[in-house]
Design a protein around this ligand. Structure first.
Ligand code: ZN
Length: 542
């Protein structure tokens, strides 16, 4: 990492490159934040780490420089109380038991004990395969119907969804929280998830790495939690046929059904899982950064438009090519940098939006949307009634900005100002090309959705089969949640700068519109709305 950075900065001194077109000031300013936030000295901005705190202080200082007011009471920093728990592998073991014979499983090679596991202790339970493990009353779809899961472990395919179920509905019900709720209701004691390699965004080795981090939770409940899974494991698909042996089914057959969006069969497996899990728990805290641009309209100033982006990333981890810093450039220094530059554009244009605009760099996204949950459920005084969230997470400026995916565009009236802005700039707003990746429920906008706030999140789009698609796929395979998401990678800085102006224009439109945004009548997410809710006063911190 540091080696690569040195090399690339040396390259800038090579005279032939001086002929390259100079970056625009807007692109340069945006990139300077990315460099500051994703440098090796920030050590990957892990939730609760010193590096994350330094990054939070950088964001607060920049907001102050831009004349954005503190939005977290006395200052810019909102404390987020957390607890963490981690599986102690040395004191944990797992085995399959078939016809009385124990077959020990090699942890991390065959089976990952996910830190989503909430209970220490022993387990000895039969296995039942229940397809996607989805139970969606609104769609009349239930993988658990007629299955007895009491005291048993549910085996599911993770990734893919029945095509009969509308995408956003399936997205909502396949979040870890909702799966936990489904299985808890059925009385299951655990889950074995078989990742569908065809839609999995990362190789097995990186999945192992990502599970090495402790799991974190908010230290105080927010009312958004939906349940715990006593035991949560991932089974290596390469070894899956040892799990399915004797069931009359193979993984290939099941994945073919998943890929075709068809329901999968459900059946008991002639095998059980036996073992012991040791967990370690501790307390910590981390920071959200909140800036506030008070609205200029006496009435509408009591409502706020939130721009959010997660500042945290994965910290230090397993090295790749000797590099152990998970810098998180695309994920998500670029998003926080865009948030700061939108603040600059609004200030320099003297836009004076009618509604209040909140700039919120949240912590704990990678640990389960924790900082945004805390903020959305405990907004600091002066936040007003939040009426929209525009979230930035890995918007991926790999190419010039021609197409934009807006997660949630089908769900609310935010579509209209977005389309107006985009068409003015000659940008095509397109449908999510990968709905099975659950983009709308996988980042911080979801915490706002659960509080009833209409939301959108963004990513540069591409056409199927294009060069851009190849770039996106390669980026996921090589750099997503890896040390390679660093400052040496190619980034389309002009594309990012154009995205910043699009976002600034969108923010103004939403903040100035006479009507506050609303969920579409037929939107699934409308259920979280609190009709006629008075402007929220800050909820007391327990
Ligand atoms: Zn991430």
């Amino acid at each position: 990492m540091s080696l690569l950075r040195t090399c690339s900065s040396l390259l800038l001194l090579v005279p032939s490159l001086a002929f390259a077109k100079a970056p625009s000031p807007a692109a340069q300013r945006w990139w300077s934040h990315v460099e500051a936030l994703a440098g090796d000295d920030m050590e990957g901005r892990d939730t609760g780490s010193a590096g994350h705190r330094r990054a939070a202080e950088y964001v607060a200082a920049k907001l102050a420089e831009l004349g954005v007011q503190p939005g977290a009471g006395q200052g810019y920093l909102q404390d987020v109380p957390l607890v963490s728990r981690q599986v102690v592998k040395e004191r944990s073991r797992m085995a399959l038991v078939r016809e009385g014979q124990e077959q020990p499983l090699t942890l991390d090679q065959e089976l990952i004990l996910s830190p989503l596991t909430s209970h220490s202790g022993t387990v000895d339970a039969r296995l039942v395969f229940v397809g996607y493990g989805l139970s969606i009353p609104e769609a009349g779809y239930d993988d658990l119907a007629g299955q007895d899961l009491k005291g048993k472990i549910a085996v599911i395919v993770l990734g893919g969804m029945p095509s009969s179920v509308p995408g956003n509905l399936a997205s909502h019900y396949s979040t870890p929280d909702e799966l936990a709720r489904t299985f808890a209701r059925a009385g299951a004691v655990g889950v074995i998830a078989l990742p569908n390699l065809h839609v999995m965004e990362i190789p097995w080795e990186r999945a192992v790495e990502s599970q090495r981090h402790p799991v974190m939770a908010l230290a105080h409940p927010t009312g958004q939690e939906t349940g715990d899974i006593p035991l949560f494991t991932l089974f290596n698909p390469a070894a899956a046929n040892s799990l399915l042996a004797g069931s009359g089914h193979t993984l290939e057959e099941l994945l073919a059904l998943a890929d075709a969006g068809k329901p999968m069969p459900r059946f008991p497996l002639p095998v059980s899982l036996r073992g012991e899990v040791a967990l370690e728990k501790s307390e910590l805290s981390s920071l959200n950064v909140v800036g506030r641009l008070p609205g200029s309209d006496p009435t509408l100033a009591g409502e706020s438009v939130v721009l959010s982006a997660h500042l945290d990333h994965l910290g230090l981890g397993a090295p790749e090519n000797g590099d152990r810093v998970y810098n998180g450039v695309m994920d998500n220094a670029t998003g926080v940098a865009a948030l700061l530059e939108v603040a600059r554009v609004l200030q320099e244009k003297k836009a004076h939006p009618r509604r209040t605009v909140l700039f919120v760099a949240v912590t704990g996204e990678e640990r389960g949307l924790l900082g945004s949950r805390w903020f959305a459920s405990h907004p600091p005084e002066g936040s007003g009634r939040m009426v929209a969230d525009l979230n930035l997470d890995m918007f991926l400026p790999l190419t010039p900005l021609q197409r934009l995916v807006a997660y949630g565009v089908e769900e609310s009236s935010l579509a209209a100002p977005l389309k107006a802005t985009a068409s003015r700039m000659g940008v095509e707003v397109m449908r999510d090309p990968n709905p099975e990746a659950n983009g709308f429920t996988r980042s911080d906008q979801y915490s706002f959705i659960l509080e009833g706030v209409p939301a959108m999140s963004f990513r540069f789009g591409y056409r199927k089969g294009s060069k851009e698609e190849r770039l996106h796929k390669e980026w996921h395979a090589k750099r997503y949640h890896a040390p390679g998401d660093d400052l040496s990678q190619p980034v389309d800085r002009e594309g990012a700068a154009r995205f910043v102006s699009l976002l600034a224009d969108l923010t103004s439109r939403v903040a100035d519109a006479p009507e506050r945004p609303s969920w579409n009548k037929d939107s699934f997410f409308r259920r979280f709305e609190r009709p006629g809710a008075p402007a929220p006063t800050a909820r007391p911190v327990p």
